[in-house]
Design a protein around this ligand. Structure first.
Ligand SMILES: *[C@@H]1O[C@H](CO)[C@@H](O)[C@H](O)[C@H]1NC(C)=O
Ligand SMILES: *[C@@H]1O[C@H](CO)[C@@H](O)[C@H](O)[C@H]1NC(C)=O
Length: 268
């Protein structure tokens, strides 16, 4: 691609940035790239101190699927995250009322003690969401839609890659499967290494897929620099097994806890 072709849009973009930034000296740049982080609870709960720090949310057992962790804001040129753009940031639960069931199912917090996820949503909104040009409801809605669109579990399954306690898969076959829906340069696969005999024997557990997304949170895009993976050649795609002695597994699926409607008005 010729440099001259790119010069004009870049100049316009710079001009736009200058306009957007006039009111806020602190905002050195606006995010032009987002990272969607999707957790695989099977690997995540295996790896976080062997499940010691993984709890079933008070709102019930999440969907048995890849779960949203965050949608992060980045400056693609510097490669740095852009965070905490407004010190007065407030998170309101009211605007998310229509999304609440999906948030419970697909964007829970698995941290302990068991919780309803709201501290995590507040944290993600004020750290990243408030740096986008999206309203709160649009930010959360589009993130949930992106998770659905990425369709990771079904895509892997269609390529014969299913969670299994003992079978391992090659990183290459996982990446090739995901490339069919995401594009080959738009994601990275992340693992957590667990040692059985340090440093000789270990297993890499698939824990997270990280996907590059357009700044309006609507489409998957190629990542500006090739994302590296920390997985070895052989990856375990572990079944989801929440620690049974913790959390609220007993009543989780049959009796999920709903937010009292009065709570919907509380600023968190
Ligand atoms: C960021 O937070 C501030 C303070 O709550 C708010 O005025 C502003 O509209 C928020 N930005 C976005 C994009 O929602
Ligand atoms: C979320 O986005 C979808 C697709 O644009 C739209 O149909 C739906 O009404 C939105 N939901 C909310 C709560 O904004």
């Amino acid at each position: 691609m010729a440099g001259s072709n790119e010069a004009l849009p870049r100049l316009c973009f710079l001009g736009l940035l200058l306009c957007l930034c006039y009111s806020s000296a602190a905002a050195a740049s606006t995010p032009d790239l987002l990272y969607l982080n999707l957790l695989w609870p099977g690997g995540y709960c295996q790896s976080v101190n062997l499940g010691e720090n993984c709890c079933i949310p008070t709102t019930g057992e999440p969907a048995a699927d890849f779960l949203v962790q965050s949608l992060e804001t980045y400056d693609s040129t510097s490669g740095n995250p852009i965070t905490n753009c407004n010190s007065d940031c407030r998170f309101l639960i009211n605007p998310l009322a229509e999304l609440i069931e999906d948030l419970f199912a697909y964007w829970p917090s698995l941290s302990c003690p068991s919780n309803n996820g709201m501290e995590q949503w507040k944290h993600v909104w004020c750290t990243y969401g408030n740096c986008t040009s999206l309203s709160e409801v649009v930010y959360f809605n589009r993130t949930l839609l992106l998770r659905e669109q990425a369709n990771i579990l079904a895509t892997l399954k269609s390529c014969g890659i299913v969670p299994h306690a003992s079978i391992t898969y090659s990183l290459k076959e996982i990446a090739e499967a995901l490339a069919t829906t995401l594009g080959s340069s738009s994601f990275s696969v992340e693992c957590e290494r667990r040692y059985t005999v340090w440093p000789l024997l270990y297993q890499d557990y698939l824990t997270r897929i990280r996907i590059c997304v357009s700044s309006d949170a609507t489409t998957f895009v190629s990542c500006p620099t090739y994302l590296t993976t920390n997985c070895g050649n052989t990856v375990k795609f572990a079944p989801i097994l929440y620690p049974s002695s913790r959390g609220r597994q007993g009543d989780a699926t049959t009796n999920p806890v709903r937010l009292p409607s009065a709570m919907m008005d509380v600023f968190l």
